[in-house]
Each structure stands twice: as C-alpha cells, then as structure tokens.
Design a binder for this molecule. Sequence first.
Ligand code: ATP
Ligand code: ATP
Ligand code: CA
Length: 218
Amino acid sequence: MKKQFIIIGLGRFGSSICKELFKLGHDVMAIDSSPERVDSMRNFSSHAAVANATDEASLRELGVRNFEHAVVAIGENMQTSVLCTLMLKEIGVPLVWVKAKDVQHQMILEKVGADRVIQPENEMGIRIAHHMDSEKVVDYIDLSEDYSIVELVASEKLMDQSLLELDIRARYGCTILAIKRGDEVNVAPMPDDLIKLDDILVVMGHREDLKRFEEKGV
Ligand code: ATP
Ligand code: ATP
Ligand code: CA
C-alpha cells in the first residue's frame, strides 16, 4: 500500500531513506535547507522543497500535518533536530523517527516524543562486528537486550537433514523462521523440509542460545 513519508535533512542517511522509499513506490516529500541538496533529490522524491526544519510556519505550509510518518535526519546539529522533532509532534505527525549522533542526543529525542531514535553509525558498527565475529553470520538484528535474529550459512553439518531430525528448537532453544536458497525464501519451513549446503537459515532466539547454535550446531 502506498504511504506518505516526509524526510527532513538530506545528508547521506536522509537521502538514502528518501531514495529507497521512493523506489518502493511511496509518496515521499524531501526537505532540506540547502537548495543543492533539495535539487539532488528532485528525481528521487515525489516533492522536494527548500525549508528550514525549525521554522514551524514553513513546515505547516508544506502540509506536514497530512503525513503519517516523518524522518528527521539531521545528526550533527542537535538543537535543530530536537526542535524539529518537537514541532512535528506538536503539529501531530503520528510517527516521527529521528537520527541521533550519540546517547545524550538519543535521550533528549526520546523525551521530546520521538517515536524511534536511530544511531546509524553505532547500529551498523554492531552489525558489522557480528559479521566479523563469525563468518557464518550473514546478518544480524537485535529484537531486545536478550533476543536476536541472525542469518547463518548452513555447513555440511546440517546438509540433507530435515528440521525434524535436527530438532534445533529442543536442542538449542532456537527457532528457524525461514530458509533462503538462492533467490527463493521458504518463510514457513515444515518439519520435513531438508536443509542444503549453503542455505541461509534465519534463526531467532536468545543471544546465548544463538551463539551456542552458531558454534556447535551449524
Ligand atoms: P549524514 O547522514 O550525511 O551523516 P548528518 O546526520 O551528519 O548527515 P548533517 O550533515 O548535519 O547530518 O545534516 C544533514 C542534512 O540536514 C544536510 O543536508 C543539511 O543541509 C540539513 N540541515 C541542517 N540543518 C537544517 C535545517 N535547519 N533545516 C533543514 N535542513 C537542515
Ligand atoms: P563516524 O563513524 O563517527 O561517522 P567518520 O567516518 O566521519 O566517523 P572521522 O570522524 O573523520 O570519520 O574519523 C574517524 C576516526 O578516525 C577519528 O577518531 C579520527 O581521530 C581517526 N583518524 C582520522 N584520521 C586519522 C589518521 N590519519 N590516523 C589515525 N586515525 C585517524
Ligand atoms: Ca555525518
């Protein structure tokens, strides 16, 4: 379903979100105070406008109120990002996601009502560290402090065995959510589905269980 998004701040983070949402077929309004930045997004957004993120009148004039979901991607200038977030929430935008540069910035954003705070450099660093920690881990998502989803490459150990035979849930407390094979994704694996060499297993579980499965099971 087509959704309406507004992206304020078109640095590397904001512009990549803008382009991707537009490519996915959504209505995206791109805003930045720099005319050059705005121009560079003209072909990758539904509407691009020059405006100051902290000027409430301009934001209202642009119809920000009609958008369901906004992203504030101004990392370096904390004051601007906090003020803009506050205004968007005041105006009544239901979902406001904001980029933060550090923990202090994150805490302030949460206080002024940001619905989600993202620290891209920090989060990407953590994911990359997990890829580096184990060559079996191809992707990694934290669900909470304790629970994660990892994508693991299946080795000979699991080759040609069924999920029933492997009994991963009982032995490791982990759940196989999906099995990827080339371009195909089996999102509802059945007990008698066989695992092939180099399949990618999407596995959910407690961090410690996942680590145990990764080291001993896969
Ligand atoms: P990146 O994602 O590239 O790391 P960043 O988080 O470091 O970006 P900045 O480089 O500080 O953030 O700003 C991102 C964008 O926000 C820039 O294009 C900048 O022109 C724009 N910007 C900064 N202040 C304002 C403002 N008051 N109103 C509108 N846009 C602004
Ligand atoms: P971030 O991940 O925070 O966005 P960045 O990619 O923008 O970082 P910089 O802030 O330019 O990169 O530098 C990152 C780190 O590299 C800094 O701690 C800086 O001190 C260090 N650094 C920069 N140049 C050198 C150098 N020639 N030798 C060693 N360290 C360096
Ligand atoms: Ca930056």
